[in-house]
Each structure stands twice: as structure tokens, then as C-alpha cells.
Design a protein around this ligand. Structure first.
Ligand SMILES: [Zn+2]
Length: 464
């Protein structure tokens, strides 16, 4: 058996995609996009498999774009086999891929304008919105813990990974020449104390473990501290009748922030004020959360019984249309506005920042990673003035960076996930982490479990 990483290896975090080849079958585990790096576009244009006819199946661990974004490119290139994933992953993946397809088209128009000026021929978009329905025709929902044959001689079982709604680790039982072997892909793992969702499950021991290592070099501050800090800001804004602006990604972080506000209202820590979710995509994703209560943790189930979620209670204000969004310019505080894009580099959040950054009673909550060169990064860096839509805007708002809302397991969580598997002395290969994160984790795994973990490299097969 041979497993070849086609992304999320060699110190690269995005573009997760592994080709597994046995004597009877070929399948992919994840098929994600490269994001944020120079050359990402070229990498995304390269199909991970040249012969689609020889591909038996695609297995998706979770819906994030860096794990699913190249799936429509596969089907566009002729892949017509099954795509296995949990039901919630399928629902969220379709929302994410539809959005991605629109972005591919607009990015491609920009690329082609440049190419034309350079006297070069235009190129096709990696995929377009019309390519996405084909993916829906091929998806097959799997139940957690239920074995499913995905290809000749290959049985998969999915386990909760606690990283986002529907996220899974996957165990593959593979029979080659009558001999059984097991391989586990961790997928992205969530932190143990994340709200709303269940924690990651214990996965059965395996011969080979392919494990993520995003935060392999550090431990997050305790989640409760982040929540306390968040609550203090909300109370201050409420008393001063200010506005909270949260640049946020549509899936995961939006629902998490609304959840914490809902809990504060419920526990009467702060008088109820309106919470605007100004993102059609986030509203779609929120519906998916509401339709998968089986994935909630005990606390969330109890809150739900108390009427807290599905989000309602008079405070939750969906903002669907562009007019709804513009109307928010005229609402008074206290209120919270959540809008995309998460790095403030595009989208409706730009309008809200333009209208409110110059006001000292505005509080901007940075709850996700801000890439180099983005407006979000400039705000985090404390720049006194920024440009939005060509206009100079003074930054008098309070900017709060709250890294503690991360959806990734930290070093101690990763080791806790590995512990029950380590006794069987498996081979461990680390992926999905920069080298500065993977290398300290190798040392910890050696010290703790006496295992010599390896670092995966793109294009270099792992043979078993
Ligand atoms: Zn992820």
C-alpha cells in the first residue's frame, strides 16, 4: 500500500489531499485547495490524479475549503465515483463550494485581465458555479462509527473529530493479499473544550496514523479565559451603548460567537441587545447547525431544551440582502454585527468598518487568523489610520485580538488524541503543520510514547 500526500505536507498547512493506492483500489482522502501562499493558484490548477477512471472513491474528513476545495475540479475533470462524508460535512461542503466557485470566477477574471495586458491567452476558471451540482450528485452520507465499504478491499469508519460541525477522523481497514492493515487519518482535530460540539472520540489502534500538527508546538490559553475576556468586552460595550464588529468566517466562528452572546443573555450577564448576522453564507451555515442537533455536546443540548438554540429569543437578526446590510449603518448601539470576510479583505464587513472604525465606542473583535497584508492584520498591528475603498479612515475603535477561539487542537490535545493509539506502537506520520509546529511535536511524541514520528513530504509516498 502507498499513500502519497498531494498537499498539507512539507510544512504546508493547506491543500489537504492524499492518494491511497492498494493492490485493488485507488482513493483520495480529502481534496482541498491551497490557500494564501504564492503559487497557490498554480497548485490548485494541477489535478492530484491524472487518470480519473482509475479512482474508486473520494473520502472527505470535513467541510473546510482546504480539505474540499478541489473536489469540483475533480468532477469537472471527469471523476464520477462516490464522495463519502458525514451528512453535516456534505451540507456545509456544498455551501462552501458554491461560495468558492463564485470566487474562482471573479479571481479568474482578474487573472485574465492581467494575462490580456501581458499579451497572453486567457485561462479557464478552475471551476464555476455550474460545476458544483455535479458534486451533489456524487456525495454519499455516512454514519459515524458504521463501517462502509468505499472501494474493493477498503472499509472506512468515521469518528467525531471535534473540529467543526460534521468533522471526522477516518479509519481505513485495508485488505491486501489476504492481509488486513489499518490506517487512520486524524483529519483536523478540535480543541477539547470547544463549546457546542462534542469532543473528539477515541479512534481504535492502527498500523499507520496520519496526524495533523497545526498547533503541534504550543498550547492555547484556557478557553474559559478567552470567554471571560469576551464577556468583559461585551459588558463594557453594552454599558456604553457601543457597537461590536466581528469580522468572521461564515462557518464555525460565527455560530460560536453568537452562542456565547446567547449564553450571556440567557444567564442575564448583560441585557439583551440585537445581534446581526450580516452574511447570507453564514445564515445558510447556521441552518445546517440547526438541522444537526445529534452533533451537539451535552451543554448545548441542555441550552437547546431551554430554548436558547435554534437562535431566536428576539435578539438574533438575520441580515440577508444588501439593503438589510446598508440599513445597519443607521442602527444604534448596543449591538453586535458579524460579517465577512474573516480577514477584512472583502465583503460586507468593510462597509461596517468604514462607518464605525473612527468612533471610539466601537469594539472590533478579531477572532480568527489575519493574513499578511490584509486590513485585518493592519488593525491587529495597531495602525492609526487605514484605507477602505480608497478612503482614509481613522482607527479610534478598540481592536481586541482574541486568538483563543481557535478550532484546532493544541499540543496537549493532539497528544491526548494519540495516547490511546500509541500503546500499539503504530507508525506515525505528521502532516498539516508548518515545520516549526511539526518538529516540536515529533520530540513530544518521542518523549511521551517512544515513537519516532515522521514528517510527510508532498509527492513522497508513504509505503506500508
Ligand atoms: Zn479544518
Amino acid at each position: 500500500m502507498k499513500i502519497t500526500p498531494h498537499g498539507a505536507a512539507s510544512g504546508e498547512v493547506t491543500g489537504s489531499c492524499y492518494l491511497v493506492e492498494t493492490d485493488q483500489a485507488r482513493f483520495l482522502v480529502d481534496c482541498g485547495m491551497f490557500q494564501g501562499t504564492r503559487g497557490a493558484d498554480d497548485l490548485n490548477r494541477r489535478p492530484p490524479v491524472s487518470n480519473m477512471d482509475g479512482l474508486d472513491a473520494v473520502v472527505i474528513t470535513h467541510a473546510h475549503l482546504d480539505h474540499t476545495g478541489r473536489v469540483p475540479a475533480l468532477t469537472k475533470a471527469g471523476y464520477a465515483g462516490p464522495i463519502f462524508a458525514s451528512a453535516a460535512t456534505i451540507d456545509l461542503m456544498m455551501i462552501i463550494l458554491e461560495d468558492s466557485a463564485r470566487i474562482q470566477v471573479s479571481d479568474n477574471e482578474r487573472t485574465n485581465r492581467k494575462r490580456r495586458r501581458a499579451g497572453e491567452d486567457p485561462v479557464e476558471a478552475i471551476y464555476e458555479p455550474d460545476d458544483v451540482p455535479r458534486v451533489r450528485e456524487l456525495v454519499r452520507a455516512v454514519r459515524l462509527a458504521t463501517p462502509v465499504q468505499i472501494a474493493p478491499g477498503v472499509v472506512a469508519r468515521f469518528f467525531e473529530a471535534g473540529h467543526m460541525l460534521g468533522s471526522t477522523s477516518v479509519e481505513f481497514s485495508i485488505t491486501e493479499a489476504g492481509r488486513p492493515k489499518t490506517v487512520v487519518f486524524s483529519g483536523d482535530l478540535g480543541p477539547a473544550d470547544r463549546p457546542m460540539l462534542k469532543d473528539f472520540e477515541t479512534v481504535p489502534p492502527a498500523d499507520l496514523i496520519i496526524m495533523e500538527s497545526t498547533y503541534g508546538d504550543r498550547n492555547h490559553r484556557p478557553y474559559a479565559e478567552t470567554v471571560t475576556e469576551f464577556e468583559a468586552i461585551v459588558q463594557k460595550v453594552s454599558a456604553a451603548k457601543g457597537k461590536i464588529l466581528v469580522p468572521t468566517f461564515a462557518v464555525g466562528r460565527s455560530q460560536q460567537i453568537i452562542y456565547h452572546l446567547a449564553v450571556m443573555f440567557h444567564e442575564k450577564k448583560v441585557p439583551v441587545f440585537p445581534v446581526y448576522l450580516d452574511s447570507p453564507m453564514a445564515l445558510e451555515a447556521t441552518k445546517v447547525y440547526q438541522s444537526h442537533p445529534e452533533l451537539f455536546d451535552d451543554e448545548m443540548v441542555a441550552y437547546r431544551k431551554a430554548g436558547l438554540f435554534p437562535i431566536s429569543g428576539g435578539y438574533f437578526k438575520p441580515s440577508q440582502t444588501a439593503d438589510d446590510s446598508k440599513a445597519l449603518n443607521h442602527v444604534d448601539g448596543p449591538c453586535a454585527i458579524l460579517a465577512g470576510a474573516g480577514m477584512c479583505n472583502a465583503g460586507r464587513i468593510l462597509h461596517h468598518l468604514k462607518q464605525n472604525l473612527w468612533k471610539p465606542d466601537t469594539h472590533v473583535l478579531i477572532v480568527g487568523y489575519q493574513g499578511n497584508g490584509t486590513l485585518g492584520r493592519r488593525l491587529v498591528n495597531g495602525e492609526p489610520q487605514v484605507k477602505i475603498h480608497g478612503e482614509k479612515i481613522a482607527v479610534r475603535a478598540h481592536i481586541h485580538t482574541m486568538g483563543g477561539f481557535s478550532a484546532h487542537a493544541d499540543q496537549s490535545d493532539l497528544l491526548r488524541w494519540l495516547e490511546p493509539l500509541a500503546a500499539a506502537q503504530p507508525r506515525v506520520v505528521l502532516t498539516h503543520g508548518e515545520d516549526r509546529a511539526r518538529e516540536p511535536l515529533v520530540t513530544e511524541i518521542q518523549n511521551r510514547f517512544g515513537l519516532a514520528a515522521e514528517l510527510a513530504e508532498i509527492g513522497q509516498p508513504i509505503e506500508l
